[in-house]
Design a binder for this molecule. Structure first.
Ligand code: PEP
Ligand code: MN
Length: 471
């Protein structure tokens, strides 16, 4: 990957979509200098380990789960929210492991998922045109707080640190231990809405399997995954868990990029590489993946495994050129394609993309994001998604891959395990086994960005994928 034409700021010579205009550039530079001096959030060894695990996904020997909020907020950085999110990711992955007998690579949209791309730079609120909200690391949701403030980047660093510190703490303190499967939030599976015969069967089988491994001592220490490298503990504790965000704010990504010895490259002479140390995995969004744009220029130079959002506007040939730019040596574990066409469009685009990639011989992990092509506005004005449409894109994706001699390697979801004080889930997406109706959307609609599947709806998806594995 060593390329003398690339350096962490080489993106600045390209035009960047979705750039934030800071009124005080000197202030921005002071903040970036400070961030550049702060310690990394994640380590090169952890990043390389994820790359290694994604190679297993590419060989169909593991399944990838990418999930979390559309956007995190500083206010939502609380003990309850973080543990609910991790609990749901663990429950979800446990159901998949049980169904597929495959290890699951867990990547949270967490500890840095603050910045958001917007379809328009401004919006009208109360007859006043204001700058759009760009995420907590840029400006405020309050229409009177929309001027981009560099201090928010520093605040994002510390909120990411606090989140990650708590996640590491949880995962080293038995939260994910197979000795305490109830702590994986499985107790919620008993919610009446999910008590269909099928779900009962899965949870009973799961509990039996956990009891069995406990009895024979197979759960002592850590999850035994065949693709595990190095032994000992997982990346963030007893299990492997990785962080991710959209690599949108290139000033931030650059400031967190460090040139160090490539982890695991052996004794001298050591190979040097650039790592984005703000997250294990970063992805480029559907709006910022222009071939000659600043984002792709930045992404091509880092060693982290990367995701590329693939929407209906991406031509087959363009996709291959993109792969050629970000992964010229066709290295395994480097690229994950996160497809998000919409239930009505997937049939027109995915087969061509699969064929083109196959022909190019680029190694990729195929992940389905059934959320972003299926957003709609309800008659009551809520931005929402219909569970049935989400499932429709997911099931089409699975069958198209099968028909093309390929295999779906993972899923990317926006979900939340958050419960209110009375123990009720959010009401942001329609349908699911709880049959959430349009009238109920307003009850507990909490997202300030895209609508998320709630706890029950997420487990509906987990059971569905688990069943698919068994067929
Ligand atoms: C997202 O993942 O929240 C997002 C904005 O996705 P996309 O770039 O696919 O629209
Ligand atoms: Mn989103």
């Amino acid at each position: 990957m060593a390329d003398s034409n690339w350096y962490p700021s080489s993106w600045k010579s390209r035009s960047a979509a979705q750039m934030v205009d800071y009124p005080d550039q000197q202030h921005l530079q002071r903040v970036l200098t400070k961030i550049n001096a702060l310690p990394p959030l994640v380590t090169p060894a952890e990043i390389e380990r994820l790359r290694f695990q994604i190679t297993a996904v590419q060989r169909n020997e593991a399944f990838l789960l990418h999930a979390g909020d559309c956007a995190e907020s500083f206010d939502a950085c609380t003990q309850q929210n973080i543990s609910a999110k991790i609990g749901l990711i663990l429950s979800f992955s446990l159901i998949l492991i049980w169904g597929g007998r495959l290890p699951v690579v867990r990547i949270g949209r967490i500890a840095g998922q603050y910045a958001k791309p917007r379809s328009s730079g401004t919006e009208t609120i109360d007859n006043r045109e204001v700058l759009s909200f760009r995420g907590d690391n840029v400006n405020g949701l309050d229409p009177n707080d929309r001027t981009p403030d560099p201090e928010r980047l520093l605040s994002a660093y510390f909120h990411s640190t606090a989140t990650l510190n708590y996640v590491r703490g949880l995962l080293t303190s038995g939260f994910a231990s197979l000795h305490h499967p109830r702590d994986w939030s499985l107790s919620h599976v008993r919610s009446p809405a999910l008590r269909s015969v099928e779900f009962e069967k899965i949870t009973r089988g799961l509990s039996d399997a956990l009891d069995f491994s406990h009895t024979i001592g197979a759960d002592s220490g850590r999850e035994s995954v065949p693709f595990d490298q190095g032994g000992g503990r997982g990346v963030l504790g007893e299990i492997d868990f990785y962080t991710s965000h959209e690599g949108l704010m290139l000033d931030w990504e650059q400031a967190m990029t460090r040139e160090v010895n490539v982890a695991g490259s052996g004794p001298s002479p050591q190979e040097k590489g650039f790592y984005n140390t703000s997250a294990h995995f970063i992805w480029v969004g559907d709006r910022t993946r222009q071939l000659d744009g600043a984002h792709i220029e930045y992404f091509r130079g880092i060693r982290n495994p990367i995701g590329i959002k693939v929407g209906p506007s991406l031509e087959n040939a363009e996709l291959i050129r993109l792969l050629q730019i970000v992964n010229p040596n066709k290295e395994s574990g480097r690229v994950t394609l996160i497809t998000r066409y919409g239930a009505g469009k997937i049939g027109d685009h995915l087969p061509g993309h699969i064929e083109a990639v196959k022909h190019s011989q680029h190694p990729v992990a195929w992940v389905c994001d059934p959320m972003h092509g299926n957003t709609l506005t309800s008659s009551s004005g809520f931005k929402t998604r219909n569970f049935g449409t989400v499932i429709s894109e997911l099931t089409s994706c699975i069958s198209i891959h099968a028909a093309c001699g390929s295999r779906l390697g993972g899923v990317s979801l926006e979900f939340t395990g958050e419960l209110n004080d009375e123990g009720f889930s959010v009401t942001e997406c329609l349908g699911g086994s709880m049959e959430l109706s349009e009238e109920q959307l307003g009850l507990r609609y909490q997202s300030f960005c895209d609508p998320r599947l709630n706890f029950e709806q997420s487990l509906d998806v987990a059971f569905l994928i688990s069943n698919y594995f068994k067929e």
